[in-house]
Design a binder for this molecule. Structure first.
Ligand code: ADP
Ligand code: MG
Length: 263
């Protein structure tokens, strides 16, 4: 029987599709005596868009930072794209792999200030993935075009608006061809008139099937893009479900109180 490479690849992706990209089980995280994440269970499937909401200090950032190894945890299981992250930051090889496969966009854009927009986007693919410069540039221009700022490629971050900088940060993360994208309040540092352009780019990404975990206070956006909304209170997931369930019919009193304050 003849076997061709396409069959093999199809088989492989079908197998991987069964496995959640993120599998967090019984995760605990302490900062000193502060128990910041309390027995968190979270599974995220391929192509799923999960929005995380909750009050300031509830542990949202810490939870998603554990997923790409920016924070260590003390106990529990965490598997990201078939790589195990171990408690106390052990297994550094898995950590390196995960960091190349998981893209992150922060509240503060964290662009390299001394590099022009194009070089911000090409740096990691060239240095980390060994992509040839000409290919990296072609990819950068395609991605910058996609987020609507191709004409800004020669500028430096300080010459751009906040909304433009955040779209560069998104293009930079996408240039690594991530399997999962994490967003930590990507519009919280933006002037109101710039929030829409960043949310539009994220909405587009969600539509294309990217797996995304998004911490945001933009409840309208959450309702629109989320497959699932998770409410965290003091380091515990106290409620989750489809957006219409969580927003329109929250069962937990804490969720009700939180939503009454923010909606
Ligand atoms: P959120 O993103 O929901 O606002 P965080 O995950 O940033 O919450 O923080 C959760 C808790 O952990 C807060 O009480 C915060 O003060 C504390 N915390 C966060 N980072 C650190 C740190 N590096 N050292 C000590 N405490 C921290
Ligand atoms: Mg936070």
């Amino acid at each position: 029987m003849e076997m061709d490479m396409n069959d093999i690849n199809l088989d492989k992706s079908a197998q991987q599709a069964d496995e959640p990209i993120v599998r967090m089980h019984g995760l605990n995280k302490h900062f000193g005596s502060l128990h910041v994440l309390n027995n968190i269970d979270l599974e995220v499937s391929q192509g799923e868009v999960v929005v995380v909401i909750g009050a300031s200090g509830s542990g949202k950032s810490t939870m998603i930072r554990c997923i790409n190894g920016l924070e260590e945890f003390q106990s529990g299981e965490l598997r990201v794209d078939s790589h195990d992250l171990l408690p106390h930051g052990k297994a550094s090889r898995a950590l390196q792999t995960i960091r190349t496969e998981v893209g992150m966009v922060f509240q503060q854009f964290n662009l390299f200030p001394h590099l022009c927009v194009r070089d911000n986007v090409t740096l990691a693919p060239m240095k980390v993935r060994g992509v040839p410069q000409s290919d990296a540039i072609a990819t950068a221009e395609r991605l910058l075009d996609r987020v609507g700022i191709r004409d800004q490629a020669d500028k430096y971050p300080s010459q751009l608006s906040g909304g433009q900088q955040q779209r560069v940060a998104l293009a930079r993360a996408l240039a690594m061809e991530p399997r999962l994208m994490l967003f930590d309040e990507p519009t919280s540092a933006l002037d109101p008139e710039m929030i829409g352009e960043v949310l539009d780019a994220m909405r587009e990404l969600a539509r294309e099937g990217m797996t995304m975990i998004i911490v945001t206070h933009e409840m309208g956006f959450a309702r629109e893009v989320a497959d699932r909304v998770i409410y965290i209170h003091q380091g515990e997931i106290v409620e989750q479900g489809a957006p219409e369930e969580v927003f329109d019919n929250p069962r937990n009193e804490r969720t009700q109180n939180f939503l009454a304050r923010v909606l």
